[in-house]
Every structure is written in structure tokens, then in C-alpha cells.
Design a protein around this ligand. Structure first.
Ligand code: ZN
Length: 443
């Protein structure tokens, strides 16, 4: 295709409705029949080439990104699995859905994306790797088939293929595919690891070990942390290859012409940037920034720099599927950003919290404020100039600190009056405890 035709096609798909039907704002805007939502748990945004990683470990995800919309600054609202995924699947911030501890599940009155789609006639498959993503937390609601056995990404993708192949012609479907493939204990093929071994990295056993309690109590040095990060990277590359096969299968079926594919993660991972390994302990950007890529019909290749969050995913996909918006959610549809790239009046401050350590975070286009509500410590970082968040500007930019602290307080006040009631769960069984122990969540 020549450049002029490419541009014309791009303009058509980015702005299907402008300006000829500029007043069509209230009308349903359906571009896709089906939805595949993939969450590769614990994947830092900066590991993707599409997010600037010079190390070529995600060629397949980069290929997906090149054909779709890449949201460059996606801030997870929580730094661990359960609250983040409830946010992803409800459009509600963690302080609104309330599912912020392992002893809680999604409240009966909290609508989940799968329930909305099932009611709209979609065939629905949920496949997770269990643990914090198991049925007991309510994630199975709305899925005609929900599997939460921890059998890895390869099985998950083959279950997805089998489910789609069994559908009747024209049936709409929703697949939610979650995997701990790159979550600790880090694991990778020997061949990939050998290729990615960094000079200066010192071997440390990663098999069966997670950030908490193992690595953080072992006080790894920088060279050992580098090895741990290499194993993580190698696992990312292996996962990327599996996803590439799945995307090829979708392509061969022509699915990208009718199916919206959303790829994301629930939080990042730390490798001693701020003294820790793992996640759920801090809210620095390596723990919060995740990828978000949308590909499919009507989505032109584009990059969006406006800060967004996981809470925006459910409103966005509903709009692209031509379904009514969820009432009273915190997230907003990203479709206007896809159409025009314009930010409008969009609030660019994204709030996140870490329940375990009373940390609150607000990230805007330019600054990242972290407040430790337990100790009162405040940190402020410049996003572009200080990629590793090493230079605290809080003593210099006092006005900015005050402005962003007010955002945290406003957020708290808003949430206090409007929280959904989460469901209290029974005590964990021994098997469930063992599963969480293997993922490093319990001692
Ligand atoms: Zn997670």
C-alpha cells in the first residue's frame, strides 16, 4: 500500500464518524463483534519494545502494538493482583469495589464485565491461573465456562482456541485470559535464558522463589538482582512467543477483522530499583506502569500519551462492542482518545494505592507523587527526566506537592461515600494457602 493510501485508510479508521456525523456522540459506536482480553500478570510496561525496551524480548507483542493503539502511560490502580483485576473487570477503583484483601471477593451488587456481556448474548470463557484470580473471589461470575487451574499460558491459549472453534457461526464471544507465566517463581527455557544473560549477573536460584519472603530477606546484591531480572526477561520472551502463535492463529481465522484484542497486565515488578524485589510493597513506577494495547477492527495504529488506568478498560471495550456504558463507574471510555487523540477535559491524574503499606500515589503527565500515609513521608519525581525515580523533588516543588496531595484527599473523600460492599470469604483451604505460598503472597 502506498503512503497516501495508508494515510487515507488511517484517517478513516481513526475517525469513522467525524466530522460527517459529529452529533452522533450518543449513538452506539460498534466496531467489533467479539472481545479477547489478555492479562499477562506482573508484566512491566518497560519490558516491551513498544514501550521503549532496547532489549528485543517482545517481538510478537510489538507486532500487535504496531497494528493497534498503544497507551503509553497506563497506571495500575493497585500494585497487586486481586484489586487490580477487579478494577480491570468492573471499571471501579479499588477503594470503590473494596476487594483489597485476600479474604474478600467481588460484592454481589458489583457488576462484572463478563456478566454484562453474557446478558448481551455473548458466549463467555474465563481462564485464569487461579490463586488471587480464582472462583472464590467471584471472578467466575458471567462466564459460562470458567477454568482457574494453574496450568500455564500455553494451556490457556489452547483452551481459548478450542472454545472459539466450538462456537456457531456469528455467535459473539468474550475470552478473558489471565496467566502467571511471568509472575514469580520466575521461569524460562534454558535457551532463552542463555541468550539473555547479562554481563556481570551473578547466579542466584530462582526456582520456587518469590520476592517475598525469599529475595527480600536474602538481601540480594545488584549483580544477583540482575540475574533475577534476566530470568524474568527470558520468561517474558517465552510468553511472547506463545502469544505470537496465538495471534497467528487469530490472523489465519480473520479474527482481527471482527474481534477486539486487548492486551494488558495488572501491575509491574521491582528488581531492586528501590530496594525490593517483587511487587505489592511499593508504588514506584516499576510497580505500577503496565502495557495496554488495543487491536482489531476500527483501531488504527496510534500511540496515546495521555495517562490512563485499568479502570478505563471496561468502559472502552463496552463502547467498542456497541454496548451501553456501565453506570457509576470510575473509569472512562478511551474511545475519544482513539478517535482523535485529543484529550478534551480528561483528568490526567491517576490515583493508585498500596494497601499493605499505606502508600498512595498520584501520577500525572509530568509528576509522580508518593505519600506514605503511615509515616508521612512524601516523594515527588519528574516522569520524563528521572526514569528511575531517584531524585526526590518534594522539597523543591512544594506547590506541586500540595496540589497533588489535594488530589489524593479528594479521591479519598469521593471513595468514602460510594464504596460497593465486597463479600467476605471463608477461610482459605490448605490447598489454596499452598498455591498463594508458591506465588510468594503468604509466608
Ligand atoms: Zn498480579
Amino acid at each position: 500500500m502506498n503512503a497516501a493510501r495508508q494515510l487515507a485508510t488511517l484517517a478513516l479508521v481513526v475517525m469513522p464518524c467525524l466530522p460527517a456525523c459529529a452529533d452522533a456522540e450518543a449513538e452506539p459506536f460498534r466496531t467489533a463483534d467479539n472481545l479477547i482480553l489478555i492479562s499477562l500478570d506482573t508484566l512491566r510496561a518497560d519490558r516491551l519494545g513498544a514501550y521503549g525496551n532496547p532489549r528485543d524480548i517482545t517481538p510478537e507483542l510489538d507486532r500487535l502494538a504496531a497494528r493497534g493503539a498503544v497507551f503509553e502511560r497506563v497506571v495500575s490502580e493497585s500494585n497487586w493482583t486481586l484489586p487490580s483485576h477487579v478494577t480491570l473487570l468492573t471499571g471501579l477503583a479499588p477503594d470503590r469495589h473494596g476487594v483489597v484483601s485476600r479474604s474478600l471477593g467481588v460484592g454481589e451488587d458489583t457488576p462484572l464485565l463478563a456478566e454484562v456481556l453474557e446478558r448481551s448474548g455473548f458466549r463467555t470463557l474465563g481462564k485464569t491461573d487461579g490463586g488471587n484470580m480464582s472462583k472464590r473471589h467471584g471472578f467466575d461470575r458471567g462466564f459460562e465456562l470458567f477454568l482457574d487451574d494453574d496450568d500455564g499460558l500455553e494451556h490457556t491459549l489452547s483452551d481459548a482456541r478450542a472454545f472459539v472453534e466450538r462456537l456457531e457461526e456469528g455467535e459473539r464471544y468474550f475470552l478473558f485470559l489471565h496467566s502467571y507465566e511471568v509472575h514469580c517463581p520466575y521461569d524460562a527455557s534454558d535457551a532463552t535464558l542463555a541468550e539473555l544473560a547479562s554481563p556481570g549477573a551473578s547466579f542466584v536460584e530462582t526456582d520456587g522463589r518469590c520476592g517475598d519472603p525469599h529475595f527480600n530477606e536474602a538481601h540480594l546484591d545488584a549483580s544477583q538482582a540482575l540475574h533475577v531480572a534476566d530470568v524474568y526477561d527470558a520468561g517474558v520472551r517465552d510468553a511472547d512467543a506463545l502469544l505470537g502463535d496465538f495471534f497467528d492463529w487469530l490472523d489465519a481465522r480473520g479474527e482481527f477483522e471482527r474481534t477486539l484484542v486487548v492486551f494488558t497486565s495488572d501491575h509491574g515488578e521491582e528488581f531492586l530499583e528501590h530496594g525490593r524485589i517483587g511487587h505489592a510493597g511499593t508504588v514506584y513506577r516499576e510497580a505500577l506502569l503496565v502495557p495496554l494495547v488495543l487491536a482489531g477492527p476500527g483501531i488504527a495504529p496510534t500511540r496515546v500519551g495521555t495517562p490512563t488506568g485499568l479502570m478505563d478498560v471496561a468502559p472502552t471495550v463496552l463502547e467498542l462492542l456497541g454496548l451501553p456504558a456501565l453506570a457509576g463507574v470510575d473509569g472512562v471510555s478511551l474511545v475519544p482518545l482513539l478517535r482523535s487523540g485529543a484529550d478534551g477535559d480528561r483528568d490526567d491524574a491517576r490515583f493508585s494505592a498500596c494497601q499493605a503499606a499505606e502508600l498512595a500515589s498520584v501520577m500525572t503527565r509530568e509528576r509522580h507523587l508518593i505519600v506514605d500515609e503511615g509515616t508521612g513521608r512524601v516523594q515527588l519525581y519528574a516522569l520524563d527526566a528521572d526514569a528511575n525515580e531517584q531524585r526526590d523533588l518534594s522539597a523543591i516543588e512544594r506547590d506541586e506537592v500540595a496540589r497533588l496531595r489535594a488530589r489524593i484527599e479528594a479521591r479519598r473523600a469521593l471513595a468514602a461515600g460510594r464504596t460497593h460492599a465486597p463479600r467476605s470469604l471463608e477461610r482459605l483451604s490448605d490447598d489454596e494457602l499452598e498455591e498463594l505460598r508458591a506465588l510468594g503472597y503468604v509466608e
